[in-house]
Design a protein around this ligand. Sequence first.
Ligand code: IDP
Ligand code: MG
Length: 138
Amino acid sequence: MGNITFTMIKPEAVAAGKSGAILKRIEEGGFRIVAMKKILLSEEKAGKFYEVHKERPFYNELVEYMSGGPIIAAILEKENAVTDFRTLIGSTNPKEAEKGTIRKEFATSLAMNAIHGSDSDENAQIEADFHFSNQERF
Ligand code: IDP
Ligand code: MG
């Protein structure tokens, strides 16, 4: 048993049929899927999820984008889950993402960067609880 991180495969990657390929990379990276579902976030829910970015100039665009189509949300387990997952997905800006990372391969732009990963253990717990009940975790 390791610790957990929270991820979302973002709308443009889901729409482009990349979910399977991305999930394959996640499992091959040693992450165990604890919980997973395909959901359409309301603007309100997307706004709440990204509330820390409320004052940023891209906030409205981000909320519109993340509520514009279904996402795949998941809780992942691994030792050092948060740090190792951020390494697997790569930099926020795909132009700066390392070769071999999920964002390097699947992102289309800085905004539409294919995947989310929690940035701390504390936020991983908050984000997992935001989307999943205990009964949905295995
Ligand atoms: P992260 O997803 O790598 O943790 P954050 O800085 O937390 O990056 O930003 C959250 C999300 O907001 C990014 O993944 C991306 O989709 C979007 N975003 C970040 N910076 C910009 C920007 O400058 N313009 C447009 N969208 C952005
Ligand atoms: Mg972040």
